[in-house]
Write a protein that binds this ligand. Structure first.
Ligand code: UDP
Length: 138
């Protein structure tokens, strides 16, 4: 059993895709171990994406991520991190495989509708950024 952090980014929330995307995760067999809607400040978005602080897209990305509400959730299931990455598709929606969330709904390489942790250490950090253990109890 594994946990991963998923975010429905501002472009997804704004286009009323929350139910569609959560439904997709449920139909893929994930348990939604925690979920909330929130609006990140620019500083919070910068803290969340701190690993990208030297990348040229950092300022634009963190402005976008703080431009409207997001829905953050913890997906739980076998091999959850990689399975979620597979369901999301490539970072760039134009290169994402058919049937992936980003292919279907992503607008561009920045506004790509969903975030998913990329490895176990990142998942643990990202989950702790948004949720306490108490909130994730069965
Ligand atoms: N991003 C961007 N421009 C790029 C690459 C990435 O705006 O050239 C944004 C995009 O929203 C992406 C996020 O930065 O989801 C994090 O990038 P990463 O390379 O970690 O991609 P991911 O793991 O989200 O597929």
């Amino acid at each position: 059993m594994e946990r991963t952090l998923s975010i429905i980014k501002p472009d997804g929330v704004q286009r009323n895709l929350v139910g569609t995307i959560v439904g997709r995760f449920e139909s893929e067999g994930f348990r939604i171990a925690g979920m909330k809607r929130l609006w990140l400040s620019k500083k919070e978005a910068e803290a969340f994406y701190a690993m990208h602080k030297d990348r040229p897209f950092f300022d634009s990305l963190t402005s976008y991520m703080s431009s409207g509400p997001v829905v953050v959730m913890v997906l739980e299931g076998p091999n959850a991190i990689q399975r979620n990455r597979d369901i999301m598709g490539d970072t760039n929606p134009a290169q994402a495989a058919e049937g992936t969330i980003r292919k279907e709904y992503g607008l561009d390489v920045e506004k790509n509708t969903v975030h998913g942790s990329d490895k176990p250490e990142t998942a643990a950090k990202e989950i702790a950024f948004f949720f306490s253990e108490l909130e994730l109890m069965r």
